[in-house]
Each structure stands twice: as structure tokens, then as C-alpha cells.
Ligand binder design. Structure first.
Ligand code: SAH
Length: 368
């Protein structure tokens, strides 16, 4: 039994079963034993590989997207460029290198990185050294400046804690994590009833069948960004895996060593995420800004020109590197096991901005 497991057990013995969000937050961000607090989990030798770690093309295209959004904003002399959950800083490094083609953009950039993990903050510091003159770190999105901003977040939202609710015998209960018969962690339903729960679900999902599980995420870091865009201008781009519309299902998943693991085993040593509900994410725009999308990662990257970029990279390189570029392109844009369809992009934009690159034909909701 590891130290975090002992600590969570003591908590459950003292206070009763924990909300899924509480468990997830402890596993990912416990100040001493949390998964992200203690390690750099990315890359081929690590637990999982994200799009920017697969290919430089991903960050480059997002860099060009940011530079173009800045131009569409009227090329302001200062812009807060925000990344939520930058991981190793790979995406931002590729983005800033590519964005050099837009005259004046890098000189305008003040970089703000929202990152809870001290280990990853250090990796970001090393990786981004010498890119732009001003870089600030924030442990919480609440301290971001109240200025026009362009924000990005790749696989950030999936790591934000969720709560789970289940309908049983026609009544809704919260799913919690307690101690099972053998003293191990186990899921169970809190006996208290949630009589108004179903009224707050999208109407097309009601009446919900027995056995339905609904997940609700604490999106407050994204809400902080969206409210700044509404007040001060700018746009944000979130890319993640998940479903375009709200639905039922237990999607909490654990990954370790590039493979699926048991979510309640080895707390703090495995990654815990769950599918992003893009309908709930887009709803943050309501009355404040426009939400655009989601579109599939394939459509987004293709519209930004990933195929032409791959073609340029394939010139003048050895055969094996040429083959690697082709494989990366397929991983980023192809159907499962590729990321092209499961992963989606959603943007938020101030109402004064014209349509954003990468989102031709996308659904627009919210204000304006
Ligand atoms: N964007 C990177 C990393 C994705 S993993 C990539 O694509 O490779 C999730 C990242 O979000 C990690 O950097 C993790 O430390 C950070 N993170 C998770 N929850 C957070 C929170 N509540 N606030 C700030 N950062 C968080």
C-alpha cells in the first residue's frame, strides 16, 4: 500500500466515502504524492503520449492559429498568451517557433502558463528558455491577468475532476468511493437522494433509464478564461478527447505504462482522466462569448493545413524519417486507434472577432 492510499483510507474512515472529484483531485494533484506533482508522465518511455509529443506539426499549427487570431484582433501591441496544463512545454515551444512568421506577434506576447505541478513547471522553464521575454506561472487560472488573451489547452480539461451520479430504482444518487468488503477502495452509491437531479439534465436525455451514469466536471479553470475573454477580448482553443453531446456512461479511465489500468488501484501512480462532455464545455459560453464547435481534430488540423506541412517536412529527409512523418500524420488525423475522430477542438471567441481558422462549417452557440 502506498502513502497516498494510506492517507485516503484514513480520510474515508474519518469522513465516509469520498466524491469521485475529491478522489481524482487527490490522485492527480496531492501536494506530496499526486501523479502530476511527482512526475513527468509523457513520451514514449512514459505513461502516455499526447499530440504535441507525437509530432512537432501539432504545436506548429496551433502556433499559427494563435498568431492568426492575434492578427484578427487587430494585432494589439500586448497580448496574454495563455496555456492551461502545458505538460512538458513541447506544444508551446513548437507554437512559438512557428509563430515567428507573423511579424510583431512574438514581441507582443506575454506568456502565462497555468500549471499545478512543480515538476512540470520546471520542465516548461527549461524547454521555453529563450523563446519570449516574459513568462509567468499560475497555480490557478484565477490569477490570470484581466487583459485580452489567447488561450490554449490540450488534454487539460480531461484531467479536471468529475463527479458521477447514477440512477437506481428510479432515483438519482451520487457515486462515491469507500472501502469494500476486503478493505480495498470500491465504488458505491451514497444513500441520499437527489430529487432534482434529472431536471438539470439536457431534456433529450430524460427520462433517464435505470443504471444511467452521468458525469459532471468542475470546469472552473475554463470558466475563468471564458469570463476574461467576455470582458477583455480574445479567444481560447481547447482540444481533448470526448463526446460532442452530453450522454450517459462511466468514462473514468486510468492509464499506466501506455496501457489501461484499474482506476482505484495505486492512487497517485496512474493517470486518471475522463471523456470531455463538449456540450457542457460549450455551455460555459452562454451569455458571455461565442462557442464554436466542437469539430474533430482531423477536420481542425486539415483545415489548418497539416497535410501541406507534412509534405514540406517530408522533403529532403531520410526514408525512415519520411515514414515517421506519415505515421504521425495518421495518428493525429486518422480514425481509431488514431486521434482524428475521438479528439475534438472547441473554441471560445469574443463576439467582435470574425470567424476563426480551423472552424469552417462549425456550430456556433452562445452570445453574438
Ligand atoms: N498539454 C500537455 C499536457 C496534458 S496533461 C500535452 O498535451 O502534452 C495535463 C496537464 O494539465 C499537465 O501539465 C498537468 O500537470 C496539468 N493540470 C492538471 N490539472 C490541472 C489544474 N487543475 N490546474 C493546472 N494544471 C493542471
Amino acid at each position: 500500500m502506498n502513502a497516498l492510499e494510506r492517507e485516503i483510507r484514513t480520510l474515508i474512515e474519518a469522513q465516509g466515502p469520498l466524491e469521485v472529484s475529491r478522489y481524482m483531485a487527490l490522485c492527480l494533484a496531492h501536494p506530496e504524492y499526486g501523479y502530476y506533482t511527482t512526475r513527468d508522465p509523457f513520451g514514449t518511455g512514459g505513461d502516455f503520449t499526447t499530440a504535441p509529443e507525437i509530432s512537432q506539426m501539432f504545436g506548429e499549427l496551433i502556433g499559427l492559429w494563435c498568431a492568426e487570431v492575434w492578427r484578427l484582433m487587430g494585432s494589439p501591441s500586448r497580448i496574454a498568451l495563455v496555456e492551461a496544463g502545458p505538460g512538458r512545454g513541447t506544444l508551446m515551444k513548437d507554437a512559438l517557433r512557428a509563430a515567428k512568421v507573423m511579424p510583431g506577434f512574438l514581441d507582443a506576447v506575454e506568456l502565462h502558463l497555468v500549471e499545478t505541478s512543480p515538476v512540470l513547471q520546471e520542465r516548461q522553464r527549461e524547454n521555453l528558455h529563450g523563446t519570449v521575454s516574459s513568462i509567468a506561472w499560475h497555480g490557478d487560472a484565477k490569477t490570470l491577468p484581466g487583459a485580452p488573451l489567447i488561450a490554449i489547452g490540450n488534454e487539460f480539461v480531461d484531467a479536471l475532476p468529475i463527479d458521477q451520479f447514477e440512477k437506481k430504482a428510479d432515483r438519482w444518487h451520487e457515486r462515491k468511493i469507500g472501502l469494500g468488503a476486503e478493505g480495498d477502495f470500491a465504488f458505491g452509491l451514497d444513500p441520499s437522494l437527489l430529487p432534482d437531479f434529472e431536471k438539470r439534465l439536457p431534456q433529450r436525455l430524460t427520462p433517464a433509464p435505470n443504471g444511467a451514469v452521468f458525469e459532471r466536471r468542475d470546469l472552473s479553470p475554463v470558466a475563468e478564461i471564458v469570463s476574461r475573454i467576455g470582458r477583455n477580448g480574445g479567444a481560447a482553443l481547447f482540444i481533448d478527447y470526448g463526446h460532442a453531446e452530453s450522454g450517459f456512461g462511466d468514462t473514468l479511465q486510468a492509464v499506466s505504462g501506455q496501457d489501461y489500468a484499474e482506476p482505484l488501484e495505486a492512487p497517485g501512480e496512474i493517470d486518471l482522466t475522463s471523456h470531455v462532455d463538449f456540450e457542457a464545455l460549450a455551455a460555459l459560453a452562454r451569455g458571455t462569448v461565442r462557442a464554436i464547435g466542437p469539430v474533430t481534430q482531423r477536420d481542425f488540423l486539415k483545415q489548418l493545413g497539416i497535410e501541406a506541412r507534412a509534405e514540406i517536412l517530408r522533403r529532403n529527409v531520410k526514408d525512415e524519417i519520411r515514414a515517421e512523418i506519415t505515421i504521425s500524420l495518421e495518428r493525429l488525423t486518422g480514425p481509431a486507434p488514431g486521434m482524428g475522430e475521438l479528439f475534438k477542438a472547441l473554441a471560445f471567441a469574443h463576439k467582435d472577432l470574425p470567424p476563426l481558422p480551423g472552424f469552417d462549417g462549425a456550430k456556433v452557440s452562445g452570445k453574438g
